[in-house]
Design a protein around this ligand. Sequence first.
Ligand code: SF4
Length: 399
Amino acid sequence: MIELKDLSQGFRNPELMQSLSQRIHQLSAQLSESVKIMEVCGGHTHTIMKYGLNQLLPRNIEFIHGPGCPVCIMPKERIDHAIELAMLPEVILVTLGDMIRVPGSKGTLAQCRAKGGDVRPVYDPLDALEIAKQNPDRKVVFFAIGFETTTPMTAVLLELAEKQNVANLYFHINHVLVPPAVDAVMADGAAKVTAFIGPSHVSAITGSDIYQPIVDCYHTPVVVSGFEPVDVMQSILMIVEQKVQGIAKLEVQYTRVVTAKGNQAAQQKVASMFTLRPHFRWRGLGDIPLSSLVLSEQYRHRDAEIVFADALSDQAIEDHKACQCADILRGLAKPNQCRVFGRGCTPTKPMGSCMVSSEGACNAYYRYAGLAFDLDLTKEATTGKASINRAKTEKEITA
Ligand code: SF4
């Protein structure tokens, strides 16, 4: 009998990976220019680094890491907001995992908690509802983050709070959208991206059609891909096939879940509760119009940015000068090119969001050091510029 684990192993099958690699090598030999593929999502970055996919590709295929990590792209002033809220005696601040270790200009939420702020990390947004019910004399703020994948969960939380009359639950909304970020990277032009791998979990909700304007505007192939190594290798082959034929189109590799139109029930729920925010400042990418969501008029009584406006600062704050997260998120640098990578900045003592987040590019490079270093990093490691001790890496990761 076939078991679930056998099915997932098929997506990591070494023979299949080898044959995909050979086909990519054969086809890419016909290309006169190199292909620079931006994997938009940090989940793909981790697959690439964990399974050493960059080592299975010819030299004329290059990965460029993108801005698709919701923790990484959060600018410092939004983290400051979370801290300012958590320090209010009447507030309990609820947020998801990695957020509590990302530094703002006033430290991290973890440090805020040590100073007495009531910060509660959760895995499930619906836990915020229970916390609000258990603390009727407090104001519970859900610090909501994520791309199109997680917005429906926040919508469900809001819907339940309304239906169950849980009046003390508020929302600080930081839900951002993938297509405007991809468009910003292409409009900037500096990263010289010539193809995209799109995240399948986003398109499972939105549908793959969200990328058609990018394809039409920039004549750049986009392939919506799953996250297993065979998925990513197959997506790269699909891109190389397009390049060889001299065409640019939108394709879906992850057909086992993604459709052109996506989950329309989830889209309708989100559309009924959120509207586009005129401007949102992304870490690294700056201000991108209409690139994030805000609660619609009907739910403004739960919008923490309105309800607690007097307690919140209103100033854009730049990253530490030594941190190159901005360049990494814009596809202009690789983590090992940051001079504090692996020295002043490690997962246990992160300086920037790209090292904190479990989807961050710096975290991926550090975590899989010694397994999947790209050639440049190996070269730097041997010259001592970016020396990484594998034993130390493992010790820090498991700490
Ligand atoms: S290594 Fe650290 S400081 Fe450098 S870019 Fe990455 S997160 Fe920022």
